[in-house]
Design a protein around this ligand. Structure first.
Ligand SMILES: NC(=O)c1ccc[n+]([C@@H]2O[C@H](COP(=O)([O-])OP(=O)(O)OC[C@H]3O[C@@H](n4cnc5c(N)ncnc54)[C@H](O)[C@@H]3O)[C@@H](O)[C@H]2O)c1
Length: 349
């Protein structure tokens, strides 16, 4: 079996690669990444890319010749991966997250790939004060990032047919340790604050709902999507990937961190504008279709794992919100140093 993983050199990619390598020791795993955050290794015992058989340092907007030859499945993670980056680089976000994704899917289909797994996002539900969002609920993408995911899903739906299965996994917000840790994700941020300064600062009034999923469980969901049959969701499937037990309010997440890490102060910004993004998500479809691949890691385990991972890193940076653990900061630094063009293409290197 030959599997292409785009965006394999980010936060989720190494976990996905490790999972696939462990269950498919003989498969040919191919990585493709432009390497924006490649030097942001955190505690990796080995370079995670040693787990793939072939690594392309390439931009998903310009597919290298032969990339898709004999590829059975594509796992498409490469993207401008959050709202702050999407806001700052709006046009490029649309170009990479939407246009390049569709071009990749069309090329994969043409080359004979059977399966396309797209890392979509629950952020497309935007804000929803009432019931938990199902896949049939109306979408309310509030940002360039969320809009790019909606557009991609819509067009992928038109490409799916017998012989070319597409799964859009609408992931909850990720958390957990990775070989390339991100701290611009809510739980990771809270644990980092607690470890570095015994202080958790909630940048809202704490009430927004934010479902979470651990990176290891994301990798298991992706594994499921790669191997699912068409009777598990049809040729085209959009599914919320996470679990009902992980629908938390931001304040509850902070409190859970304070339970694990003693002497932590939580400050809630009572004057904050209400966080526009707030939604509960209904994960029934995922539970029904993938009963053996339901999330397993629980909140307290995730917090302890992050705490230990940060301790191993000797992490002490109380000002981490201005550090390279924030994807936007890493990207804008590369821009300011002249290594990335306005279009986020490498230059002067
Ligand atoms: N982290 C989350 O909470 C979360 C939640 C839902 C969905 N997702 C989706 O999962 C995917 C992976 O997220 P992540 O947290 O690992 O993000 P990340 O930013 O850590 O990784 C994204 C990777 O894509 C690469 N990339 C970006 N543009 C590229 C291009 N033009 N060509 C080639 N490579 C490119 C980057 O170099 C990076 O290694 C993204 O599609 C993201 O939208 C993430």
């Amino acid at each position: 079996m030959k599997i292409l993983i785009t965006g394999n050199m980010g936060y989720i990619g190494p976990c996905v690669t490790r999972r696939l390598r462990s269950i498919l020791p003989d498969a040919t795993l191919i990585g493709l990444d432009t390497g924006f955050f490649a030097n942001g290794l955190t505690n990796a015992k080995i370079l995670p890319e040693c787990m793939v058989d072939i690594q392309y340092f390439a931009d998903v907007r310009y597919l290298p010749p032969g990339l898709l030859d004999d590829v059975d499945a594509v796992i498409h993670l490469a993207a401008i991966s959050n709202d702050p980056m999407g806001n700052q680089f709006e046009d490029v976000t649309f170009e990479i997250n939407y246009r390049a994704s569709i071009k990749l899917a069309k090329s994969a289909k043409k080359a004979g790939a059977k399966n396309f797994v797209f890392a979509s996002s629950c952020s497309m539900y935007g804000t929803a004060e009432d019931a938990a969002r199902t896949e049939e609920s109306s979408l309310n993408p509030l940002t360039a990032y969320a809009k790019s995911k909606v557009s991609t899903e819509k067009e992928l739906a038109t490409l799916a047919e017998k012989g070319f299965q597409v799964a859009c996994l609408r992931f909850a917000t990720a958390c957990g340790m990775s070989d390339r840790l991100r701290l611009d994700l809510v739980l990771n941020d809270f644990v980092a604050g607690a470890v570095a300064s015994r202080q958790i600062t909630i940048l809202s009034d704490g009430t927004p709902w934010r479902p979470l999923i651990h990176v290891k469980d994301m990798a298991r969901a992706i594994e499921w999507a790669v191997f699912r049959n068409s009777d598990q969701g049809g040729e085209y499937l959009a599914v919320n990937a996470g679990s009902d037990e992980w629908n938390y309010q931001v304040r509850e997440l902070a409190e859970a961190v304070a339970e694990v890490i003693p002497d932590v102060t939580i400050s809630i910004n009572k004057d904050a504008m209400p966080d526009k993004r707030s939604y509960r998500v209904n994960f029934d479809r995922f539970k029904r279709l993938a009963p053996d691949h339901q999330p397993e890691v629980d909140l307290i385990t995730s917090i302890k794992e992050l705490k230990n991972g940060l301790a191993e890193m000797g992490f002490k940076d109380a000002d981490f919100r201005n550090s390279h653990y924030m994807r936007l900061k890493a990207l804008t630094d590369l821009r300011h140093k002249g290594y990335l063009s306005e279009n986020l293409e490498w230059q002067n290197i």
